[in-house]
Design a protein around this ligand. Structure first.
Ligand SMILES: Nc1nc2c(ncn2[C@@H]2O[C@H](COP(=O)(O)OP(=O)(O)OP(=O)(O)O)[C@@H](O)[C@H]2O)c(=O)[nH]1
Ligand SMILES: [Mg+2]
Length: 490
């Protein structure tokens, strides 16, 4: 059984060690008779005789039977008894029991198996375990007290005892039935007839070691049947050739602890697995972040359509240096400008793109995929793509050979494979019919960037660039890294 509240149990264990068996000091056997007032601190960890332990659910009549066995009336002995909804015996109590000159420590225990409260059952089992560990002379008999009407539950409860004390404990078990009526108490044969087959089977397994604990409301100490039943119980207690030892209990306990440890390791492994999944999720996210970072320096999706002089439309990935593509000139008119540089191109790297959707005047839709730092013409000037707001931002599109304004209907993010950045001599380009800048990353001051690009535009007039690499062109890299110091004005 797995403890619900391990901390609480540990505290109780410590308290038990400190208090339960150290409520005073007695070496005299007279003081041992009746309620225990145990030994000095050196002796805390042991009883002096084999133990007879009363166990069972709360309120079944354990303390009452203990009193009968000690020679008192069931409700009048050293063990407190009470008709109460709350458990009465809260800590293990001990008393000296003498049978034919042999002495035993009779131990009354708190109720086990609280069906409504597993945590309380665990605490009670822990207290019982602690008690058993004090039984250095072994356990002569485990008296399992059950209400007769609870016979149906016997299997479940015996299973719990076996799990806790081990199979061998059954060899030391004595069943005591309580809440038995007058006739059944008086005559064992009448009682036997009331057993169902499951009970008969079980009792057979334990060599019919059972007794009836007389109802304290029906019987007195003077009644012969009380004597007979108590005698019978004592007879059985004496009959065990050897005591069940704590070694056996400790073996079972170790096995149980190993099973609990295995369960703990398994739970730990599951937690570890969950952590690994989380790490892999984070790694994945980091991958997306890397793609995002990468994207900051990128430009267009490879499949972005551009229009060549003559009207032919091709994907940007097919554009070659020297091609003339549709762009927007300084007079704000559509013209064709030479591609002088492919700033960078990569067919495999993933990058995060913004997908900008718009609707044309004829109702058809279009979209442009570009990276968030890329510049395009929005609301009358160049701005970063990430500043576009659906329904609010107005972009310029090429429609029937003319630039017209349309509203952006939606902006979403997409991870796509591959990217390309191409530069035209005008520094602008019509990509997927949308008027865009060729530039990105720096603040969107189109004219200033265009001016800064002059050296490379100039040199490529004489030396055609054949640069084609996934790394951005070195000159641009230098510009992007130093744009603040170069431009001062930004
Ligand atoms: N009807 C009937 N009542 C009984 C019998 N045995 C005990 N009682 C009564 O049941 C009540 C509880 O008995 P206890 O002996 O205190 O029960 P317990 O198992 O020690 O209870 P906890 O200490 O709370 O676990 C008392 O009022 C007893 O008089 C029995 O065989 N029949
Ligand atoms: Mg009790």
């Amino acid at each position: 059984m797995v403890a619900k509240n391990q901390e609480e149990i540990e505290i109780i264990k410590q308290e038990l060690l400190r208090s339960t068996y150290s409520e005073g000091n007695s070496n005299s056997e007279e003081q041992d008779i009746g309620k225990s007032s145990s030994s000095d601190s050196e002796e805390i960890n042991s009883f002096r005789y084999p133990a007879v332990i009363l166990i069972g659910n709360a309120g079944v009549g354990k303390s009452t039977l203990g009193n009968w066995l000690l020679g008192y009336h069931g409700d009048g002995g050293p063990f407190e008894t009470k008709a109460s909804c709350d458990p009465v015996t809260l800590e293990p109590q001990t008393a000296l029991l003498e049978i034919s000159d042999r002495k035993y420590n009779l131990i009354d225990t708190p109720g086990l198996f609280d069906v409504k409260d597993d945590a309380r059952s665990d605490i009670a089992l822990t207290k019982l375990a602690n008690t058993i560990n004090h039984c250095s002379y072994g356990i002569q008999t485990i008296i399992f007290v059950v209400k007769k009407s609870f016979g149906k539950e016997i299997d479940r409860q015996i299973q719990a005892i076996k799990g806790f004390l081990g199979e061998k404990a059954l060899d030391h078990i004595l069943i005591a039935f309580t809440h038995v009526n007058m006739d059944q108490t008086m005559d064992r044969t009448v009682m036997k007839k009331s057993f169902n087959s499951r009970m008969i089977n079980f009792l057979n397994k334990i060599d019919n070691r059972w007794i009836v604990s007389p109802n304290p409301d029906l019987f007195t100490l003077e009644d012969d049947i009380v004597y007979t039943n108590v005698y019978e119980a004592k007879d059985i207690i004496e009959s065990f050739p050897e005591a069940y030892t704590t070694d056996m209990f400790n073996r079972v306990r170790r096995a149980r602890e190993e099973a609990e440890e295995a369960a703990r390791i398994k739970a730990q492994e599951e937690r570890l697995r969950a952590c690994e999944e989380e790490i892999s999720r984070l790694r994945n996210n980091a991958g997306i972040q890397a793609a995002r970072n990468e994207a900051e320096k990128q430009c267009f999706s490879l499949d972005t359509i551009v229009t060549l002089e003559g009207g032919k439309k091709i994907e940007m990935s097919e554009v070659r240096v020297g091609d003339k593509v549709a762009c927007v000139g300084s007079n704000n008119k559509v013209e064709y400008s030479e591609v002088y540089l492919i700033a960078h191109v990569d067919k495999d790297k993933q990058a995060e793109f913004l997908k900008v959707d718009y609707t044309k005047p004829d109702g058809t839709t279009g979209c442009l995929n570009l990276t968030s730092e890329h510049h395009l013409f929005v609301n009358g000037s160049f701005d970063y793509a990430h500043n576009i707001r659906p329904n609010d931002s107005q972009i310029q599109i090429l429609y029937k050979d003319e630039l017209i304004p349309v509203r952006v209907t939606n902006v979403s993010k997409e991870i796509r494979k591959g990217y390309i950045g191409i530069f035209t001599r005008t520094g602008t380009i019509i990509a997927d019919d949308v008027f865009c800048s060729c530039y990105s990353s720096c603040p969107p001051y189109q004219n200033i960037i265009h001016y800064i690009m002059a050296p490379i535009r100039f040199t490529t007039l004489f030396h055609k660039s054949n640069y084609c690499d996934s790394e951005i062109h070195p000159y641009l890299k230098f510009l992007y890294n130093n744009y603040k110091s170069i431009t001062g004005a930004f």
